[in-house]
Write a protein that binds this ligand. Structure first.
Ligand code: UD1
Length: 417
């Protein structure tokens, strides 16, 4: 079991570069199954979730070659719709994103259901309903989804909820369907737009990505391309909150601030100014922090993936903050761990009430998921004394070199295996 040890409690200062987005890279990796040839993807973060997705692609005979400069080449020329077992799909939820591309390119997919995870049950009903509307016939047995179609046909799909994954799966499948597909009430996250941009650069006809209705006109084939993934807005937001919590001042480079409007709006309410600079932002957290209320929402609302980090940062703000989680049913698992560090938080249902305290105190705690782990890192960076975070593997799934990036900003932090 890997741990993170933090013994810091000083303002962060300096400059940090944000890596490529994990959540944008995973669907684009899945989309390479649609491409007849070799895709070259740049700005791919070196993370375990990316490794798992590459393992899944190799089961499908897509040849993935990873280079040290953050490039991955994936040759899908000889790919096959082999069955993908639970031992791989169970490692990451995004594995289910291969279903739409396999169905579109080969007319069939057999993929083990990824199962739930610690933040919620995370069903895939919306993915399956959308693929069925395009003509995929599916049945579920022995924990696998088998889905088949002689030819997908464009149609109108209206999602019950703007699910990011379902929008991505349906959009990918529709690129090779016959005729036009509209996806209504779809997700509009930057990762959706990035996937659409990748597909468009392969010759797909897609409009409306980034709005609540996407239209896809099917084409016969997608051609190989080179594509650079967007930077990770959640990593960037995590560093912003680390600056806030430690009263630090940091320059965060290689970001698109437009992807972080909901986060910068909340920083302003708390009293922290995020000043835009070219290709980045300067966050100065050396000020009095006020409590605020937050409700997680689909983009452009406040991201659920930043909920735990802002909760940690608000533990020492003046007054009482109320956080409401509307996306996942079980996303307050980190709260008992923060309470072990002297936080004053009460959870009732989907709401957490945080009363600011003078100071957090270091303790041994455990990460329950990736973003919970990030929240504990933020808490550890501003706590008095030593913090040990168990289950640090979770953090490695989503933050490239978090320890060395924070060390370069003056934190005393390291991984221990
Ligand atoms: C993606 C992100 C994740 C982020 C989430 C919400 C990736 C790899 N992961 O996850 O980090 O927290 O978006 O921004 O990009 N739902 C259903 N049925 C479905 C699909 C989803 O009920 O078929 C529900 C989920 O249980 C959840 C809500 O819809 O309550 C949102 O899920 P969704 O937007 O699909 O999240 P993911 O794509 O899994």
């Amino acid at each position: 079991m890997s741990k993170i040890v933090i013994n810091s409690c000083q303002p962060l200062s300096g400059e940090v570069n944000i890596s490529g987005s994990k959540n944008a890279a995973l669907p684009v990796l899945a989309a390479t199954i649609l491409v007849d040839g070799k895709s070259i993807l740049e700005n791919i973060p070196s993370l375990s979730d990316i490794d798992y997705m590459c393992e899944i692609l190799s089961v499908l005979d897509c040849l993935a070659v990873r280079r040290s400069d953050g490039t991955i080449e994936i040759d899908s020329t000889s790919s096959k719709p082999h069955s993908v077992p639970y031992e791989l799909t169970g490692k990451l939820r995004a594995s289910f994103l291969i279903t739409g591309p396999l169905l579109a390119r080969y007319g069939r997919a057999r993929v083990a259901l990824p199962g739930g995870c610690s933040i919620g049950t995370r069903p895939v009903d919306l993915h399956l309903k959308g693929l069925a509307a395009l003509g995929g016939e599916y049945f579920i047995s022995d924990g696998y989804v088998d889905i088949k179609s002689t030819k997908l046909k464009g149609t109108r799909v209206c999602l019950d909820f703007p699910s990011v994954g379902a929008t991505q799966n349906i959009m990918m499948a529709a690129t090779l369907a016959e005729g036009e597909t509209t996806i209504e009430n779809c997700a509009s996250e930057p990762e959706i737009t990035d996937l659409a941009d990748f597909l468009i650069s392969c010759g797909a006809h897609i409009s409306g990505a980034g709005t609540d209705t996407i239209t896809v006109s099917g084409v016969k084939r997608l051609k190989p391309t080179s594509y650079s993934i967007i930077s990770d807005r959640i990593e960037a937001g995590t560093f912003m909150l680390a600056a806030l919590a430690t009263h630090g001042s940091i320059r965060i480079k290689n970001i698109n601030l437009a992807h972080l409007s909901a986060v910068t709006a909340k920083l302003a309410e708390i009293g922290v100014i995020a000043e835009p600079i070219q290709n980045g932002v300067v966050v100065n957290g050396n000020c009095q922090k006020k409590a605020t209320d937050i409700k997680t929402m689909p983009f452009p609302g406040f991201p659920t993936d930043m909920q735990s980090q802002i909760a940690a940062a608000l533990c020492c703000a003046e007054g009482t903050s109320v956080i409401t989680e509307t996306i996942f049913e079980n996303r307050f698992m980190y709260v008992p761990e923060l309470i072990r560090m002297n936080a004053d938080i009460k959870v009732e249902g989907r709401t957490a009430v945080i009363t600011g305290t003078d100071s957090l105190i270091g303790a041994e705690v455990s990460a329950t998921d990736l973003r919970a782990g990030a929240a504990l890192v933020i808490a550890g960076l501003c706590a008095r004394g030593k913090t040990v975070i168990n289950n640090a593997e979770y953090i490695k799934r989503g933050y490239y070199n978090l320890d060395s990036k924070l060390s370069s900003l003056g934190a005393v932090i390291c991984y221990e295996e």
